[in-house]
Design a protein around this ligand. Sequence first.
Ligand code: SF4
Ligand code: ZN
Length: 301
Amino acid sequence: MKCRQCQKSAVIKMERHNTSLCGGCFNLYVHDQVDRAITENKMFDHGEQILVAISGGKDSLALWDVLIKLNYRTVGLHLNLGIGDYSERSQKKVEAFAASRGVELIVHAYQEAYGLGVIEIAEETARPACSACGTMKRYHFNRIAMERGFPVVATGHNLDDEASRLLGNVLQWQEEYLEKQSPVLSDEGGTWARKVKPLFRLAEREIAAYSILNRIDYIVDECPMSKGAKMLLYKDVLNRLEEASPGTKHKFYLGFLKRQRSMPTAPTVSKPADLHPCPSCGQPTQGAVCSFCRLMQRVAP
Ligand code: SF4
Ligand code: ZN
């Protein structure tokens, strides 16, 4: 199998683009897809400092690697969720990556901050683990970015993540979520940090190939709480469709983004004007207290 660009020996075949690429041309392809996602969607520029959320998995570490190589100013943020050995190993991978690239890393550990990990917090509040985890992650990404002056938070969500999330939202007609499903969420005039997903044009297997090719040492295990998650079922369904008809995920998600611009605003989504500072933590909220403080109030003292 030869590289379609330079005729060297190819390392990856990409059915959806009907092409095969060697290592060098594949790296250029990945960098180009990320660069295109950033510039076409006005995610950030070289003058801004970007907080990159790093779990220790392949996607977030690959994102950090590409942003460093594209000369963006980045600082990593790792949330140690306190899920036993899994979280300890994840943090070690992130620290090793940061040290090898000489880049700054912020670590925030739930166990140290709250005396509990995410599973215990979920149990105490009778919430599903991933639901409590999502609330906590969104809160900390935003809070740490705002407190430290980062205008933007980048996460490693890829095409498979976004297409499967879209499938779930469509299957359940979650219109308010559909409206928010974009690779860029605005900062609403400085109320929040901007949220961006620069890997949304790249498939999961392309990011896995990039990580291996660039010797990125990531945590291979999935979070133990992800077992049985609906999102994995949607990914599996989309993978089967992709196999039968290459390009399905790309057409589904990017086609949605194209049409999204003409969608009417869902009436259920509250306007930022309804926001006020949470009386407990100061973060913007539409409720009496923010969802994170509401969660933590339910944790027994
Ligand atoms: Fe959090 Fe793990 Fe659930 Fe992901 S799978 S939301 S990391 S608890
Ligand atoms: Zn609060």
